[in-house]
Design a protein around this ligand. Structure first.
Ligand code: HEM
Ligand code: HEM
Length: 181
C-alpha cells in the first residue's frame, strides 16, 4: 500500500510477519554458507542449497495465503506499478510503501528465481545423466556469482533507500515493524 506522501509518514507499522522474517534471514544464511563457508558440491553444500530452495518454495505459497504485505497481490511488480514508481523517482519523489516497492519487488523475485535455478542445476549434477557435465557446472557457477552481485545491490539499495526515505528498512526485516526516524 502506498501512503499519501513522505511528508505524512505513518507511525510505526507492523509489516512483516514472522514467516517472512525467518524466511529472509534463513535464506541469507543458506546462501552465505554456500558461497563462502561450505565446500562446493559436498553433502552440506547440497543440503544448504536444498534448504534455500525449500524456503523459496514455501515463500511462494505464503505469497498467496500469508499476511497482508506478504502477499503477491500487495507488491507484485506489474508494468503499471513499475511505471508509476519509475515516474515518481524521475520526478524526484520518494513514495513511501508500507510493503515492498515495485522495483525492490522485481529484485526479490529475481533473487528467488536465481536460488531456485541454483537448486535445480545443483541437483542435476547429482543425477547420472548430467553428472560431470561441464556446461552445467559453468551455469551453476554463473548463477552463484550473479546471485552474489544481485544480493549485494539489493542489500545496498535497502540500506541507501532506508536512509533516503528515513525508514528503518533493515531493522523492519528483523523486528517486523517499519519505523520512521
Ligand atoms: C543457494 C543455493 C546454492 C548456491 C548459492 C550455490 C553456490 C555454489 C558455488 C559458489 C559453487 C562454486 C562454483 C565455482 O566457483 O566453481 C558451487 C559449486 C557446486 N554446487 Fe552449489 N550452490 C547452491 C546449491 C547447490 C545444490 C542444491 C547442489 C546439489 C544438490 C549444489 C551442487 C554443487 C556442486 C556439485 C558444485 C561443484 C561443481 C560446480 O562448480 O558446479 N549446489 N555452488
Ligand atoms: C543472499 C542475500 C539475500 C537474499 C537472497 C535476499 C532476498 C530477499 C528477498 C527474497 C526479499 C523479499 C522478502 C519477502 O517478501 O519475503 C528480501 C527483502 C529484504 N531484504 Fe534481502 N536478501 C539478501 C540479503 C539481504 C541483506 C544482507 C540485507 C540487509 C542489509 C537485506 C535486507 C532486506 C530488506 C530490508 C528487505 C525488505 C525490503 C522492503 O522493505 O521492501 N537483504 N530480501
Amino acid at each position: 500500500m502506498k501512503t499519501e506522501s513522505p511528508a505524512t509518514p505513518p507511525p510505526a507499522v507492523r509489516v512483516w510477519d514472522p514467516f517472512v522474517r525467518i524466511f529472509h534471514w534463513g535464506l541469507v544464511t543458506c546462501v552465505v554458507l554456500n558461497q563462502f563457508v561450505l565446500e562446493e558440491g559436498k553433502t552440506a553444500h547440497e543440503w544448504a542449497g536444498y534448504t534455500a530452495s525449500a524456503l523459496v518454495l514455501a515463500r511462494l505459497i505464503w505469497g498467496f495465503v500469508g499476511s497482508r504485505h506478504a502477499r503477491f497481490s500487495d507488491f507484485f511488480p506489474t508494468p503499471s506499478r513499475l511505471a508509476a514508481h519509475a515516474r515518481a523517482l524521475r520526478n524526484g519523489e520518494h513514495p513511501v510503501y508500507l510493503g515492498h516497492n515495485p522495483l525492490g519487488a522485481l529484485m526479490m523475485l529475481a533473487l528467488m528465481a536465481t536460488v531456485l535455478a541454483l537448486g535445480v542445476t545443483g541437483w542435476m549434477q547429482t543425477t547420472d545423466t548430467f553428472f560431470g557435465e561441464e556446461w552445467l557446472m559453468e551455469l551453476h557457477e554463473v548463477l552463484a556469482h550473479g546471485l552474489l552481485i544481485a544480493a549485494g545491490l539489493h542489500a545496498a539499495a535497502a540500506i541507501v533507500m532506508g536512509r533516503v526515505e528515513r525508514v528503518r528498512l533493515v531493522r523492519a526485516m528483523v523486528t517486523g515493524t517499519k519505523q520512521h526516524f
